[in-house]
Design a protein around this ligand. Structure first.
Ligand code: C5P
Length: 394
């Protein structure tokens, strides 16, 4: 059930209803009276294929609010205005939306949206704190950014539809073996400085790491993503540790490895770094036509982390290879003591570095090589999480 309240962010709720419907959800939209001033029921009917509801005292039946509440697997309120939050916090049942919320036992995802002054108001803060304290309510946002025209920028902007879809997904996805589990993911490239302005790096985009973090988070895990520089947006609920060098990544990973129930090492870690970082910019006029840089081996983050992980935990490595994929992946599985390893071939179209898709072969101690077709990195991440979920806890 998608509840829409009267705020300007309601224009984005049509997109949200459409996205949830396309993902396979049956979406019943309930608009408050105020919401109808911003967006018409027909807009929602056009994207959900179902009648949008507004009236508590309608001919469809006196118990409509009870039916709606009972049938919902998840209730999502977007935008949730200061008034809705106040009514929800005090358990009021004064229109179809609030009566359905009170009649339902389903989890509620709340996406607040209001002017920054209203968001800062002590009464609103107290009402939100009350919802936050309830295990039934799951808050997403608000973000800080542009508010309604003329209102400037500040905290109070509704989370984007993608973020709200993710929050609904997490609520619906919880309950499996990864629910509440601690999952660590490494991702992205590392940058190894040569001097104050230059570094040695690689072409990893960080997309696979973010996809893995998102997939684990959607299954209810508490996720820490340790990532090298990446422009890819990370779901709000994922704890992100941003690092540059392999040694920074090592410290961040070792800080959380011992408590992890699963760790997935998707980072493209530089094997070597310049032995000495020049304090000033290297000048061509001084270095001349040839420059020799001596490289020193970096720590093997995955191997060190796996050695510290607890019994029953699951570790997954990645192997990017140009040849002998399966044999090399098997070698790394054994050498680094992984439970599973995901092999991908370098230099293929639509796979590995920078692409949105990947073609991988997964194998493990107890798993014969399983070749997957070309699919989105998120779909690959989902397959990997299936295998992790089966193995977590032994
Ligand atoms: O680079 P290599 O093919 O050995 O990487 C295999 C696995 O080990 C990958 O999962 C990678 O993230 C991890 N790794 C690491 N630290 C390194 C090198 C690799 O964690 N220094």
């Amino acid at each position: 059930m998608l509840g829409v309240c009267g705020g300007i962010a309601a224009y984005k709720s049509v997109q949200l209803a459409r996205d949830l419907t396309l993902l396979g959800a049956t979406v019943d939209v309930v608009l408050t009276g105020a919401a109808r001033n911003f967006v018409a029921p027909l807009s929602f009917e056009g994207v959900t294929g179902r009648g949008a509801l507004t009236d508590l005292f309608s001919v469809e039946g006196a118990a409509l609010h009870v039916t709606l509440g009972r049938e919902a697997d998840c209730v999502c309120i977007a935008p949730a205005t200061a008034d809705f939050i106040a009514r929800a916090a005090s358990g009021r049942a004064s229109d179809l939306l609030t009566t359905a919320v009170v009649a339902s036992g389903a989890p509620v995802v709340v996406a607040p949206a209001m002017n920054d002054g209203m968001f800062a108001h002590p009464r609103t803060r107290a009402n939100l704190a009350r919802l936050d304290a309830s295990p039934r309510y799951h808050r997403v946002g608000p973000a800080t950014g542009l508010l309604a025209a003329g209102e400037g920028s500040g905290p109070g902007r509704m989370a984007e539809p993608d973020g709200i879809v993710d929050a609904v997904g997490r609520v619906l996805g919880a309950g499996g073996a990864l629910s509440g589990a601690r999952v660590v993911v490494t991702g992205g490239p590392t940058r190894e400085p040569l001097d104050p302005v230059r570094y040695l790096g690689n072409r990893s985009s960080g997309k696979m790491g973010v996809a893995l973090a998102r997939a684990a988070w959607l299954r209810g895990a508490e996720v820490t993503l340790v990532t090298g520089p990446t422009a890819v947006p990370v779901p709000d609920g994922v704890d992100v540790v941003r690092v540059e060098t392999a040694r920074e990544m090592r410290d961040a990973v070792l800080a959380v490895a011992a408590d992890a129930d699963a760790a997935i090492f998707a980072a493209a870690v530089a094997d070597y770094r310049p032995g000495a970082v020049q304090p000033g910019k290297i000048k061509r006029s001084e270095a001349g036509n040839s420059l020799t840089v001596e490289l020193t081996a970096n720590p093997d983050i995955a191997a060190e982390a796996v050695a510290r992980m607890k019994a029953g935990s699951v570790s997954v490595g990645f192997a990017l290879e140009t040849d002998d994929l399966v044999a090399r992946a098997k070698g790394k599985l054994a050498a680094k003591d992984f439970d599973l390893i995901v092999g991908n071939r370098a230099g293929q179209d639509g796979a590995a570095f920078e692409a949105d898709t990947n073609r991988v072969t997964i194998l493990g101690r107890d798993l014969e090589p399983r070749e997957l077709p070309l699919m989105s990195k998120f779909a690959v991440a989902w397959e990997i999480m299936d295998l992790v979920e089966e193995r977590v806890g032994g």
